[in-house]
Design a protein around this ligand. Structure first.
Ligand code: SF4
Length: 386
């Protein structure tokens, strides 16, 4: 299936910055590996669910799982996460059946969004319908950014698509949405009345989607730029970031506290923007031979490596060195160990042997959810521990 210009996954971006949808089309999608890994995890989750629901026999499910396991992106962790997702969906389906005996569930439901979004379509991972209520669950396999379901535009679009499919059969009044993001231990939910959802769709979504589809509207910079394919070349994004360089400093020799706070506030977005330009320029130079004025492509520094570790070891043993001299033995790190023995086994065998040392002090905006670091308290603790 081709990719919609106004894809639900990009909705928070194109609703905020309507011209981004058309502008993005000229840039390649660089989500490659992560997207393929996510697709594989979804396929596994879908297979497990269909097997639980009797839509796939054990033989069919096992054949599919074997194919999934033969993909180099597959890990034991993936099975844990997909099983957790399937169990979560089944739990909610069972709960719906307690309320409505003939509740129904759709897995990988194809959703038509064209009532509100030109050429819009999407896929609902799991849609549960019971009398008066509809539930939509979305599996997110990303581990970089925690995704909240609250007012999540992608989920609201899915809800509209699912309503279009099922509202004529079931008088749905209320929609509950869940994001299940196992690699961040995140389950987030959000509930909305159908009346509020439809009011948002008519008054906000529909006009903005049309603007976005036509490539019109104003460029608007914000958090949503992080996932925009145009972010490295977009002038609005550059102008916003370069405002820091044009900062109107007070007339003093040293930066004031307020000026430093202002710079800190912009530092993260500024670094992200600089990195996106460096990455884009390098990719263009390497992949497409692009010449950037004043720059050239050179070979980076590298360290010596053994061409064949087995041959190295054999040569040394042959010449009288023993294995203790030539090998080091090191236990796997925590993430690698979780991958090797699965998270569940890790928890049950090693849970009590894991400690979390105190983190280094970090400056974050006051809006951050973590409790403020108490340097006096910490110094007292250090003192009493000595
Ligand atoms: S980088 Fe930001 S401002 Fe520029 S097009 Fe993309 S979303 Fe819009």
């Amino acid at each position: 299936m081709s990719h919609a210009i106004l894809s639900p996954s990009g909705a928070s971006r194109w609703l905020n910055c309507t011209p981004s949808a058309c502008l993005e089309q000229q840039f390649p999608d660089s989500s490659g590996e992560a997207a393929k890994e996510g697709t594989l995890a979804h396929w596994l989750g879908e297979t497990l669910l269909k097997n639980h629901l009797g839509l796939l026999t054990n033989i069919e499910a096992n054949e599919t799982i074997e194919r999934i396991e033969s993909d180099p992106r597959y890990t034991a962790d993936m099975m844990d996460h997909a099983s957790g997702y399937a169990a979560f969906v089944m739990e909610n389906f069972e709960a719906a059946k307690k309320v409505t005996k003939d509740a129904v569930i759709q897995i990988e439901a194809q959703l038509n969004l064209t009532d509100y979004v030109p050429e819009g379509f999407g896929t609902g991972d799991a849609v549960i319908i019971a009398d008066g209520n509809m539930g939509i669950i979305d599996l997110k396999y990303g581990k970089g950014v925690m995704v909240s379901c609250e007012n999540n535009k992608q989920m609201m679009l899915y809800a509209l698509g699912a309503l279009r499919e099922y509202d004529y059969m079931y008088d749905i009044q209320n929609v509950r949405m869940w994001i299940y993001q196992p690699r961040m231990d995140n389950i987030s939910s959000f509930e909305m009345s159908v009346a509020d959802l439809q009011a948002w769709a008519e008054n906000e979504l529909k006009p903005l989607a049309q603007l976005a589809f036509d490539g019109l509207g104003e460029f608007k910079v914000g958090d949503h730029c992080r996932f925009c394919r145009a972010k490295a070349q977009c002038k609005a994004n550059a102008n916003e970031n370069l405002k820091l360089a044009r900062y109107d400093f007070a007339e003093s020799v040293l930066l004031t506290d307020t000026e430093i706070s202002d710079i800190l506030e912009r530092a993260s977005a500024f670094k992200t923007w600089l990195t996106s330009i460096e990455e884009m320029a390098l990719t263009e130079a390497v992949d497409n031979g692009k010449q950037w004025p004043g720059f050239k492509l050179v070979e980076g520094r590298s360290n010596r490596i053994y061409s064949d570790e087995d041959k190295v070891a054999k040569e040394l043993v042959k010449n009288g060195f023993n294995e203790d001299q030539i090998y080091t033995k090191k236990i796997l790190g925590i993430t690698a160990m979780e991958k090797a023995i699965t998270k569940k086994t890790f928890e049950s065998l090693l849970g009590e042997l894991i400690i979390k040392p105190q983190g280094k002090p970090t400056l974050v905006p006051v809006s951050d959810k973590r409790t403020a670091w108490n340097s006096t308290e910490s110094a007292k603790n250090d003192f009493s521990n000595n």
